[in-house]
Design a protein around this ligand. Sequence first.
Ligand SMILES: Cc1cc2nc3c(=O)[nH]c(=O)nc-3n(C[C@H](O)[C@H](O)[C@H](O)COP(=O)(O)OP(=O)(O)OC[C@H]3O[C@@H](n4cnc5c(N)ncnc54)[C@H](O)[C@@H]3O)c2cc1C
Length: 455
Amino acid sequence: MKPAIVWFRQDLRLADNPALAFAAASGKPLICLFVLDEETPGDWTWGGASRWWLHHSLASLDKSLNGKLVLRRGNAAKIVKALVRETGADAVAWNRCYEPFATARDTILKDDLGKNGITAQSFKGALLHEPWELKTGSGTPFRVFTPFWKAMRAMTVEKPKPAARNFNLLNAKTDKLKDWNLLPARPNWAKDFDWTPGEKSAQQSLYDFLDDIDDYAGARDLPARPGTSRLSPHLHWGEISPRQVWHAVQTHGHSRGNETFLKELGWREFCAGLLFHNPDLPAAPLDKRFAKFSWRRSDEDFRAWTRGLTGIPIVDAGMRQLWQTGWMHNRVRMIAASLLIKHLGIHWLLGQRWFWDTLVDADLASNSANWQWVAGCGADAAPFFRIFNPVVQGKKFDPRGDYVRAFVPELGALPDKFVHCPWEAPQPPPNYPAPIVDLAAGRARALAAFQALKG
Ligand SMILES: Cc1cc2nc3c(=O)[nH]c(=O)nc-3n(C[C@H](O)[C@H](O)[C@H](O)COP(=O)(O)OP(=O)(O)OC[C@H]3O[C@@H](n4cnc5c(N)ncnc54)[C@H](O)[C@@H]3O)c2cc1C
């Protein structure tokens, strides 16, 4: 019997993997392939933290496949076609990705394979619903979250399926994972990353989180508490499917925490839909007026922001959490992004790019949509003139300063009252910078720039 190729992409799991299940059900011997394609994504090839994650996730998948994962590097469409020729495979299956470069490539590839008599099948594995399944009453894609969520919540989510069993895996020529050099060497900035990529660990994170989900509605905004699931990188790489998460939460109970959490999965789908329907989302404001916004250029301020040296404690804590752990709490992502865009007046594209390189959950749809949301130029965005005050935010969501102290040790000894505004302390710590921007002046400058845009 001719073999079938299962092309793994952002679905690095065995359970609830429709492409794998389809190929396994055919009874054919399987070749499991992953391609490191740094060509097709163009500007959006994986950043450093994503590469770190990918290395470990592939190692874990390979183990689950008894060491038979085939690794190849290069243009993915060319490699799939070459592997078909090399192995005589007559079927290729994959789960869909929704980045514009991926959909363009896959459409052509499917057509090419079909013309050559190869069965090419793609499946829904990364989202709960296809972006084209959710439409407004007038048949257009949603641009506002609340009606999107109402429509999505009313839809049925298919049950996840267990891992396919008893398939026969074939070997094929493969690269060695370590030769891909996905891990940082000198310096090894990932040495303190406290993550275990892979399907097993994704399942464990979900079940650990379910114990606390009843508190999620309140705890999710407190960065000092482990109140969120930290599933984002596992979901991004498809080590767990959103169907598995959705149904586990539904089975667990029906508290306010559960419902709030499901809504966050709704945001993930909303962002994916925005990117699918607006392929320019990572590069251009959805609200076209913002194309003329007069951004400031300051390499010095930008650098201080990336290093966590702005002198604004909650922002610095967030940026250092990002650097040290590859992840940042959602509330703090919003505050840090807002400071960059509004008080510092620096283009959201620069912040988006920094996150792209440093987040282990860097996701083209969620990252772009959220940066545009904070900048006020996206779909259903926070209005530009609503400017977060990072001191007020810090005092509200990190009242004792535990989060700030965990990442900014220079502020460790300050009384709680000054931890979010050390410049007001009788003796500000000498080794912590003074704010690089006066918050009132930065806010006024942002509002003036916005006013000029409105004309
Ligand atoms: C400026 C900015 C950039 C962001 N960039 C990314 C990114 O590159 N990748 C990414 O996955 N998320 C991104 N987010 C969204 C959010 O911050 C993270 O998904 C969340 O912090 C992940 O932690 P968690 O898994 O513990 O989330 P939980 O609170 O446990 O939420 C569960 C899941 O819901 C999804 N989710 C939650 N919030 C959002 C949201 N606002 N938008 C889309 N999906 C959401 C995620 O998949 C998350 O894992 C960004 C947010 C901001 C403000």
